[in-house]
Design a protein around this ligand. Structure first.
Ligand SMILES: [Zn+2]
Length: 296
């Protein structure tokens, strides 16, 4: 008897196989000084529909995650090999797709006439959230052997916000997530590139996944089962009504007041290039040394 494998996203038959997270995030040995980061990658069954167009999202995610501040040396090396090749091959279109508006180039002073160039702009958060949701649904299938039917909410931990209240709220949620995930086991065979952790369900059936890329780029995803009663949190209700709210966690406090400031702030990821000597443009990586290529 043949066991019919279901797609990780829908009821259809999973006739193809998909890597979660995408294989493009894992450096090949030729780009990683002979080190193999592609051992035992996680795969799940996928239907034709959910596999379609996936490679474009995979490249988008790769460009969005690799080389940003927080990456370990494996992430940076991946940036200066495979990722830059892909960016050049698409005449920088791939890089521009990572942002919703034209990013700005900044040189950050490292001292001793050494600078690091970063691209600063607003990322395509909706597309990022879509990609992370797919990863978590795939990991759920892999971890528990069944597709996940409920809702998910994505918190992109590595983005920095300019407005005080959004930043404080993000800080509160990140600190809370870190407390809940402390000491939880880490899953994944190539943990310098990727691992995940998850909490046990709380009294509402909610639980949390942490995705960690390149040693320090974190994304948190809450899973909210369809059957769960949405919990009412007084702090969040007050905050949504524009009332100044102070969240506390241990001895830390976080002020949130959307009544007084514009909450439509911009999130700014940084995409650094290698440290370079400011006086010598020739040493700059091509995608930042030729800003005219950055025009959309
Ligand atoms: Zn499907």
């Amino acid at each position: 008897m043949t066991i019919r494998r279901r797609c990780y996203m829908c009821e259809a038959e999973g006739s193809t196989s998909e890597h979660v997270p995408p294989r493009a995030l894992f450096p090949q040995a030729k780009d990683a000084a002979g080190q193999d980061h592609r051992a035992d990658l996680i795969t799940v069954p996928s239907c034709e529909l959910h596999n379609m167009g996936k490679s474009r999202d995979d490249e988008f995610l790769m460009v969005s995650l690799v080389g940003i501040i927080g990456n370990n040396s494996i992430g940076y090396r991946h940036k200066f090999t495979k990722v830059n090749r892909a960016i050049r091959r698409t005449s920088y279109k791939l890089l521009m797709e990572a942002f919703v508006s034209k990013p700005k180039l900044h040189a950050v002073d490292l001292g001793n006439n050494r600078f690091i160039d970063v691209l600063w702009g607003t990322p395509d958060q909706a597309r990022l959230a879509f990609c992370f949701e797919r990863i978590v649904r795939g990991l759920h299938y892999h971890h528990f052997g069944i597709p996940y039917a409920g809702q998910v909410k994505v918190l992109i931990g590595y983005l920095s916000y300019e407005a005080g209240s959004t930043r404080n709220l993000q800080r509160f949620m990140l600190d809370k997530a870190e407390m809940e995930l402390e000491c939880r086991p880490k899953f994944g065979r190539n943990q310098d590139v990727f691992y995940y952790q998850l909490t046990d369900p709380d009294e509402f059936g909610l639980y949390l996944f942490r995705l960690c890329f390149y040693g320090g780029v974190n994304v948190y995803v809450s899973l909210i089962p369809g059957s769960a009663e949405a919990p009412t949190h007084l702090g969040f209700e007050l905050m949504k009504r524009g009332i100044k709210t102070i969240f506390t966690l241990g001895d830390r406090t976080y002020d949130v007041d959307f009544g007084e400031e514009d909450s439509r702030c911009e999130a700014s990821p940084t995409m650094p290039a290698k440290p370079c000597n400011r006086t010598s443009n020739r040493d700059w990586p091509s995608h930042v040394s030729t800003p005219h290529h950055l025009a959309i």
